[in-house]
Design a protein around this ligand. Structure first.
Ligand code: SF4
Length: 476
């Protein structure tokens, strides 16, 4: 039912090629894997290189430069990138001047080791070094292999207007924070994206306004943990602020309200919420503004308090269920999704059953579900043994998936017989005679095309559904 790209930790590597773009004499082929933050970063990269004379292409063979924006969250995401580099190697035989650069989390994780391991690679560039790309490209053009993986405490790219290359012209991402300070024990992100930094709210609101003026009707505010967003002028952390600085700072609830006020026809989504930081203040802003979507992605990871503790998540089962209760009472019609990891270090069968029972309590609309995959340098790798056999991890995962399938069906069937305001995103993938869009709860809705236009709102009465999609008719 949901196709939203959230940015939490469990996401599998997913390749997105930026489509045909701006005009420039040199050709850039840019491919992204992983989370929405990577996709958003690729738009920043395209903007930086557009100023350096590069236009994007989706034809690999005509590229002067190939950049692959990588994900390090799971081993198989990295393996897909390694496989892709083999394709580039073949191509380079016919086009020896073509430069290949690796960007993002895998670049940051492996640093110069990447150059040793993959001879095809000319540049290795970490997520905070994209401004240096023109310089790194010049070095590579002169035959030097170039690396910049310095992490920054300040970089937010807030002054760079991203090039919206593969957008549908209706929905766009806006980054509000970079990095993460949480140190969940299974997660590599704090090591690959550095310390958390919040972006100036004025630049976020200006970007939202600019998108609205260009015809966009939906934005998603992105951060590893949007709830810890805090702008205090100089990017100072909460813990060291004086009372006066705290009073003058902007938190996530306030930022959400500022963005909601840009225009009532601009829908606002956000990702990802963190159970330990999500406040009732945020939930009240969601409830107050019709254009803030009634949808919260709240990763639980496990239903066992002991497992949550060794995951270093900063909350227990009771706290999490309290946050779910707050969502359900403040925003009764809210869509809720989550992330689940099965078979984390030392997880017992009883603890796995606690995850199942938590899912039964919540009844999520959607979940991203994975079995645990140990990542180098994480706290879990250093402190805990990855001692659950793979077949047990997979068996638990299958059980979680079955439960979720049942719940998704319950949730989507519960929307039949109701009327929803739908933002029209374009023609349905399955039929040229149908349009598709989403309701506030992020469910996909299809309806007869008639004269409806992309980027407008329609009210759709839902009279049937498949396992993933609502089907209805436009009503006045
Ligand atoms: S450290 Fe925790 S909160 Fe931060 S990105 Fe990783 S899983 Fe998400």
């Amino acid at each position: 039912m949901f196709e939203n790209k959230t940015i939490d930790e469990n996401r599998q590597g997913e390749a997105i090629v930026l489509e045909d773009g701006n005009v420039g004499s040199k050709k850039l082929f840019l491919e992204s894997y992983g989370c929405a933050m990577n996709f958003s970063d690729s738009e920043i990269v395209a903007s930086i290189l557009a100023k350096d004379g590069y236009s994007t292409t989706n034809v690999l063979e005509e590229a002067d430069v190939v950049l692959v924006n990588t994900c390090a969250i799971r081993d198989n995401a990295e393996q897909r990138v390694r496989q892709r580099l083999k394709d580039f190697k073949k191509l380079k035989k016919n086009n020896p001047d073509m430069l290949v650069g690796v960007l993002g989390c895998m670049a940051e994780r492996l640093k110069t080791k990447f150059l040793e391991e993959e001879q095809i690679v000319d540049m290795v560039v970490g997520p905070d070094s994209y401004r240096d790309l023109p310089n790194l490209l010049s070095q590579a053009e002169e035959g030097h292999r170039a690396v910049n993986v310095l992490l920054s405490k300040e970089e937010t790219y807030s002054d760079i207007a991203p090039v919206r290359l593969s957008s549908n012209g209706v929905s766009a991402f806006i980054s509000i924070t970079r990095g993460c300070d949480n140190m969940c024990s299974f997660c590599v992100v704090p090591f690959t994206r550095g310390r958390e930094r919040s972006r100036d709210p004025k630049s976020i609101v200006a970007e939202a306004r600019d998108l609205f003026e260009k015809g966009y009707r939906e934005i998603t505010l992105l951060g590893q943990n949007v709830d810890s967003y805090l702008w205090s002028g100089g990017g100072l952390k909460k813990e060291i602020l004086t009372e006066e600085q705290k009073a003058a700072s902007v938190n996530f609830a306030q930022l959400l309200e500022m963005v909601a006020l840009v225009h009532p026809d601009l829908r606002v989504r956000f990702s990802t919420s963190h159970p330990k930081d999500m406040t009732d203040e945020v939930l009240h802003v969601i409830a107050k503004y019709e254009n803030v979507c009634k949808y919260v992605h709240l990763p639980v990871q496990s239903g066992s308090s002991r497992v949550l503790e060794i995951m270093n998540r900063g909350y227990d089962r009771e706290w999490y269920l309290n946050r779910i209760a707050a969502i359900k009472s403040i925003i009764p019609d809210c869509g809720i999704s989550t992330d689940v990891i099965t078979g984390f270090c030392s997880e017992t069968e009883e603890e796995h059953q606690e995850t199942i029972s938590l899912m039964q309590d919540v009844v999520y609309d959607f979940a991203y579900m994975f079995f645990y995959s140990e990542r180098p340098k994480t706290l879990a790798e250093r402190k805990y043994e990855d001692n659950i056999p793979e077949e047990v991890k997979k068996c638990r995962l299958a059980e979680v998936i079955d439960v979720q399938r049942e719940h998704s069906a319950i949730r989507i069937k519960g929307m039949v017989g109701k009327t929803y305001r739908v933002l029209v995103e374009g023609i349905s993938k399955k039929s040229d005679e149908m349009m598709m869009g989403r309701n506030s709860q992020n469910a996909v809705v299809v309806f007869p095309k008639e004269n409806h236009k992309k980027g407008t709102y329609v009210n759709v009465f839902v009279d049937e559904c498949t396992s993933t999609t609502l089907i209805g008719k436009v009503v006045v």
